[in-house]
Design a protein around this ligand. Structure first.
Ligand SMILES: Cc1cc2nc3c(=O)[nH]c(=O)nc-3n(C[C@H](O)[C@H](O)[C@H](O)COP(=O)(O)OP(=O)(O)OC[C@H]3O[C@@H](n4cnc5c(N)ncnc54)[C@H](O)[C@@H]3O)c2cc1C
Length: 439
């Protein structure tokens, strides 16, 4: 009868009987079970607390636990609960759900990993990555490069497609092992759905679509800021009583951190436990294709954003031309979608897309809070407006005051002239063609 360091009996694996299902591993409260090269499991005598849970869950009778046998299987089922309940470790650390599609991580996961690092530094705590999926090994390496200290990974074909119950159960297992005080997810269709599943199961609070996250250092609480009352007020929400504190953040709200390939971190495999009941089966994925509106404005380096004051179909070629000379694309404010000039996929703002281009040019956009909520991370902002007091003109790096119908043709002409100028002349004007210095 093997014993642990405290002299208590610990369970023993009968290797010939072990079928490698890893159910014991998934159920072990102290992570004392790992996999041998041949797929069978082994128990770490130092970590094992002798609770006997593995004995209880093993479907193959491959675990020997004399204490339980002596009391009879029925008694064993009740006894471990008392014995197996070491006081729960305090919740500590910031976890990020790493969303993948076909094994590749969504950028928002890394944006959140960067934010998680910032929060974790304030808390003096680690950053965890929660990575369920299929063929996600490379994403685990990336997660470390983007700031995770430990990545909890479950790699299983059943996780190749998002199924709320399966993903929820898997991520909850990870959360139970890591015990983070904060969990962040991208406010993507998948992330929004999963966040609800997890928060409901863990009976904790969830603040959706946060635009700011910080730490109250006195109370060690996550400060979750988001627009409310139709975007007219920003509020900061706290989750005082339950853990983890959960928040979703839309893509492009947080800045992408630097990738550091030399960072070191751990990857912990979390066993996959298939759900006991039947699951829906995804037969086929049919990607949306084809329409004019199918552009991804969140990826554009430059955006020419058309507002209500410029909502004229005859001027669309001019906006497209400006976007083309800037190497970008056309987007719009909500009234332009409502007027039917451009499709919803091009809408910037609280109920549209969050964008963070290198250059945002607002053409007759006033800059209502609901619009600003979707573009405030843009690097350089240019406002073209007849009203110098328009909020966008006030917050812009450059405000061009006047009628866009006059300004835009001049802008296009000016940019073209500078681009075609010989290098010496371009330098004098502060612009040099790609590859040449402007200094
Ligand atoms: C719950 C909720 C969610 C919302 N979500 C969004 C959202 O996601 N995105 C969004 O954009 N809005 C959203 N809105 C609407 C938002 O409140 C504003 O109504 C909208 O952003 C205004 O759009 P705009 O700036 O294009 O138009 P306006 O506010 O009407 O501004 C037009 C501007 O054009 C200027 N102008 C007029 N003629 C010219 C000219 N010839 N040359 C130069 N300038 C000119 C004017 O001076 C003015 O500043 C939301 C509202 C609510 C209540």
């Amino acid at each position: 009868m093997p014993k642990n360091v405290s002299g208590e009996e610990i369970a023993e694996v009968i290797h010939d009987k072990c079928i490698g299902c890893q159910l014991c591993m998934a159920d072990c409260p102290v992570d004392a079970i790992s996999v041998n090269d041949d797929g069978t499991v082994k128990i770490d005598p130092v970590a094992c607390i002798g609770c006997g849970r593995c004995f209880k869950v093993c479907p193959a009778g491959a675990i020997l636990f004399e204490k339980a046998l002596a009391r009879g299987a029925a008694a064993a089922a009740a006894a471990p609960a008392a014995a197996a309940a070491p006081p729960p470790a305090p919740h500590r650390g910031v976890a990020v759900f790493i969303e993948t599609h076909n094994g590749a991580a969504a950028d928002v996961s890394w944006e959140l990993a960067g934010k998680a690092r910032e929060l974790a530094q304030k808390l003096g705590a680690p950053v965890y990555g929660l990575l369920p999926g299929k063929d996600v090994g490379p994403a685990a390496t990336e997660a470390v490069a983007y700031g995770c200290d430990t990545v909890y990974m479950t790699d299983n074909p059943l996780l190749g497609t998002y199924l709320p119950r399966v993903y929820g159960q898997t991520v909850i297992r990870m959360i139970e092992q890591a015990r983070p005080e904060i969990v962040l997810l991208g406010a993507t269709p998948l992330g929004r759905d999963l966040a609800g599943v997890i928060a409901t199961k863990l009976e904790t609070g969830l603040t959706a679509d946060c635009t700011g996250l910080d730490i109250d250092m006195q109370e060690r609480l996550l400060l979750m800021t988001r627009p409310t009352f139709g975007g007219s007020v920003m509020c900061t929400i706290l989750c005082r009583k339950s853990r983890p504190q959960m928040s979703t953040v839309r893509p492009r709200v947080m800045r992408m951190p630097e990738r550091n390939a030399s960072r070191k971190g751990d990857v912990k495999l979390v066993a996959f436990a298939p759900p006991s009941d039947s699951l829906p089966r995804v037969l086929e994925f049919i990607a949306k294709t084809g329409e004019l509106g199918e552009v991804d404005i969140t990826k554009a380096r430059a955006l020419v954003v058309v507002g209500r004051g410029a909502c004229k179909s005859e001027h669309l070629p001019m906006f497209n031309e400006l976007a083309a000379v800037l190497g970008g694309t056309v987007a719009c404010s909500r009234p332009v979608v409502e007027a039917g000039l451009l499709p919803y996929v091009r809408q910037v703002g609280q109920t549209g897309k969050t964008v963070a281009p290198k250059l945002y040019v607002g053409v007759a956009v006033s800059g209502a809070v609901q619009h600003l909520a979707g573009m405030q991370s843009s690097e350089k902002v240019v406002a073209i407006n007849t009203d110098r007091n328009a909020p966008l003109a006030q917050m812009a790096d450059y405000a061009l005051i006047g009628d866009y119908q006059v300004i835009i043709p001049e802008l296009i002409k000016g940019i073209r002239t500078r681009r075609s100028a010989p290098p010496g002349k371009a330098e004098a004007m502060g612009y040099a063609p790609p590859g040449q210095s402007t200094k």
